[in-house]
Design a protein around this ligand. Structure first.
Ligand code: SF4
Length: 149
């Protein structure tokens, strides 16, 4: 898996509090009006290494950061892209077992009812799922966590 960006301290992508946010690479939805087309390719950005995975776990457990809520997995790009599933599943399992009290939010362009078995395994470990493509005709800037990805 590749990723575009990582914010070790983020207060925007998720519920109130401080979060770690990972923006993964690779998206096959091709939504009209997507403002993240540079994230569609699986090979854009940086390689998601073991060191990066370890850093996220360490950041989530960093007690110097107050009100650390959890991990946000976002794009553009899609954490549930089939090519990203192994790495994302490994990461969320570690968060579940090693980061007590931290929640996981995940944004995807896929729809919950249409997920594959492997995608459902990831979602089962997630606290909040924001699903579905970006629909330009329904774009509403007042929506807090959906309507963008
Ligand atoms: S799901 Fe997000 S990144 Fe993918 S095409 Fe749609 S808006 Fe763009």
């Amino acid at each position: 898996m590749n990723y575009l960006n990582y914010y070790p301290v983020d207060v925007v992508n998720g519920p109130p509090g401080t979060r770690c946010t990972l923006f993964v690479s690779g998206c096959e939805h091709q939504c009209r009006g997507c403002y993240n087309k540079n994230t569609w390719r699986l090979d854009c950005g940086h390689s998601f290494t073991q060191e990066m995975e370890d850093k996220i776990i360490s950041d989530l457990n960093d007690t110097r950061i107050k009100r650390r809520g959890g991990l946000s997995l976002s794009g553009g790009g899609d954490p549930l892209h089939p090519a990203n599933l192994d790495a994302v599943f490994k990461l969320v399992r570690r968060v579940r077992s090693e980061c007590t009290g931290k929640d996981i939010w995940l944004w995807t362009g896929y729809v919950l009812d249409e997920l594959s078995e492997a995608q459902r395994e990831v979602v089962a470990l997630v606290d909040a799922l924001v699903d579905g493509k970006f629909v330009q005709e329904q774009h509403d800037p007042s929506l807090v966590w959906r309507g963008k990805c």
